[in-house]
Write a protein that binds this ligand. Structure first.
Ligand code: F6R
Length: 609
């Protein structure tokens, strides 16, 4: 998730691009850059770091011109660095491109272009686009872009500025957001409305497979095949704060609703389109080398730890490798048994959590190989690990983690399947069944999100209580822990999550008349056992909200209210059952009038031990 801006008009483009990028920094902020057509031709300035670093460079050497493109980056292919920052140009420096998304076949295209004499300078997939357009340019930039797009697979939005036709901006959208802002004698491109809201409220929202050609005097819309299209102008009536949240009231709410896309992005290119098997080029190890790992340790904190719990069950079930899981701050002080045959998986959204980093370093010091699962490609955890599997959730702004957690689950499913596939612990038919079910998850999440209204009402009831319990068994227990943490951190209601069978060993004493209990019962094999535990709490007066699979009418007989989630494989239910719990926490926090995105006493990135 990066941010794109573009401007063509009569004003100083550098200023407009920088202002636009500032509004898009929430989409990514590890590096930034602009390309402007000046009297010297196409000129590019870019810099690793926050936008302020680029601004300083531009202040020293301004780019004077009235057409340009800009980009704020959230690294995917290639670490954050000056050279990997956008815009990218072709070898002759005539074509510049900014890009948001992923070009899946970039390696293949890169090889072809290198063979044809192109020289690459960065590690990015984006650079391929500028070389590809240059190789196809025969006097018409729009046609060259259309032909390039035909060769590119993936999900992207791009904007192109070329020295050959320096009065035009060409923009294309395929599965990454892109809008065109309409001004008088000037026009704009943006990944999102905030980028252009200061200048115009009239926009075209591009759909997949559409492109726009912008000049000072007008905007031409067409399909990527070149067929002209007509579109309604969308009049934006949001203020800037609402626009940054894409119309949602809070970043957390927006991020909860972004989960279907985060699932798709995290799976993209990692499940073979035809065969249904898993590809993880991020782990360049042979089956023999993988077989040499006799045990796995997962280390993480908070929500990432809860994702790790799902990961432990997933890997053990699929790949039959013993997995231990540790809270990162405990790991290194317990003198863990680690050797060269141990694979340590460090899970961290930010990649900067001090405890996780310390655990990672301890594991490496003792000779283990470390695999990082992180949402920030250029983070310390990513840099120090031997292998990195990024979650493609995009920047997470709300302190309470939602889409990063579920993207971590997706990575654990992929990893478990990949290990099973490589070690031969599951047959291919089963792996295909699971990847097929994974592909359906984004739509199923959308189904759950449709129940937001009902969950809001339940949350309002819950918000009047001071104590609450979550119970579940197996995967449901792991999700219960996450649901409980989410509720605590933003609603400030005390809650505890218990393995359903454990209540009777002490905690049952706390259940009294009216205490809400959220009971997850999505695991068919454990269903009856969980129901017995539900009956135990009901007998003590608890008010029970159940979460069950669609079509399961049994649970309704034992609880006060049931929420149904679409049916998937038991292994994958955490990716659905956590969604109502995230919404529950969100609405409970709202009902209590709390600052949802910035809960008291907490920080997004915890860089102290
Ligand atoms: C809770 C939450 C935290 C983080 C934890 C680890 O919503 O976000 O519990 O999960 O602080 O952070 P990362 O994943 O950045 O290492």
């Amino acid at each position: 998730m990066c941010g794109i801006v573009g401007y063509v008009g009569n004003r100083d483009s550098q200023k407009i691009l920088i202002e636009g990028l500032k509004k898009l920094e929430y989409r990514g902020y590890d590096s930034a850059g602009v390309a402007v057509f000046t009297e010297k031709g196409l000129e590019v300035r870019k810099a690793k770091g926050r936008l302020a670093v680029l601004e300083e460079r531009l202040n020293e050497k301004p780019l004077v011109g009235t057409i340009g493109i800009g980009h704020t980056r959230w690294a995917t292919h290639g670490k954050p660095s000056d050279v990997n920052s956008h815009p990218h140009t072709d070898s002759s420096l005539k074509i510049s491109v900014v890009h948001n998304g992923i070009i899946e076949n970039f390696l293949q295209l890169k090889e072809e272009l290198i063979a044809a004499g192109h020289t690459f300078v960065s590690e990015t997939d984006t650079e391929v686009i500028s070389h590809l357009i240059a190789s196809l340019y025969k006097g018409d930039i729009v046609k060259a872009v259309q032909q390039a797009v035909k060769r590119m697979r993936g999900a992207y939005a791009i904007a192109v500025l070329s020295e050959f036709e320096p009065d035009k901006l060409v923009a294309v959208r395929l599965a990454s957001p892109l809008i065109v802002g309409l001004g008088r004698g000037e026009n704009f491109i943006g990944s999102d409305i905030p980028a252009i809201l200061e200048h115009t409220r009239d926009v075209f929202i591009l759909s997949d497979g559409e492109m726009a050609v912008l000049t000072r005097d007008g905007v031409e819309l067409m399909t990527v095949e070149g067929n002209p299209i007509r579109k309604e102008v969308f009049r934006v009536d949001w203020d800037i704060a609402t626009a940054e949240k894409a119309g949602y009231d809070h970043f957390m709410q927006k991020e909860i609703h972004e989960q279907p896309q985060a699932y798709r992005d995290t799976m993209r290119g990692r499940i073979d389109e035809n065969g249904g098997l898993v590809k993880l080029p991020e782990i360049p190890l042979s089956p023999e080398e993988l077989r040499a790992f006799s045990r796995i340790h997962i280390v993480a904190c908070g929500t990432a730890f809860h994702a790790g719990m799902v990961g432990k069950h997933t890997i053990e079930r699929l790949a039959r490798i013993p997995v231990e899981i540790d809270i990162a701050s405990e790991y290194r002080y317990r003198d863990p048994i680690i050797d060269r045959d141990t694979l340590v998986i460090a899970v961290s959204q930010s990649g900067e959590t001090a405890d996780t980093l310390a655990a990672l370093r301890e594991a490496k010091r003792r000779g283990a190989k470390v695999l990082a699962i992180t949402n920030v490609v250029g983070s310390s955890v990513a840099r120090e690990a031997d292998y990195v599997i990024p979650t493609w959730a995009g920047p997470e702004i709300a302190v309470a983690s939602t889409k990063a957690y579920t993207s971590q689950l997706i990575v654990f499913y992929l990893l478990g399947l990949y290990l099973a596939q490589s070690l031969g612990t599951q047959d291919e038919a089963f792996i295909r069944e699971v990847t097929g079910a994974m592909r359906r998850l984004p739509e199923q999440v959308e189904e759950v999100l449709k129940q937001a209204g009902r969950i809001k009402r339940i949350a309002e009831d819950i918000s009047r209580h001071q104590n609450l319990f979550f119970i579940g068994r197996g995967f449901d227990y792991a999700v219960a822990l996450e649901g409980s943490l989410k509720l605590k951190e933003i609603s400030y209601i005390h809650s505890e999550a218990y393995a359903a069978g454990e209540l009777k060993h002490g905690t049952l004493a706390l259940i009294e008349e009216g205490v809400p209990v959220i009971a997850l019962a999505t695991q068919d094999a454990l269903f009856e056992k969980t129901v017995s535990n539900i009956i135990e709490v009901k007998a003590r007066g608890a008010y029970v909200f159940g979460i069950a699979n669609e079509g399961d009418s049994e649970l309704a007989k034992s609880v006060d209210e049931v929420l149904h989630i679409p049916r998937t494989l038991p292994l994958l239910t955490p990716a659905l059952s956590v969604i109502p719990l995230q919404l529950l926490a969100y609405y409970a926090s709202l009902a209590r009038g709390n600052d949802v995105d910035k809960p008291r006493n907490l920080a997004k990135s915890v860089t102290v031990e």
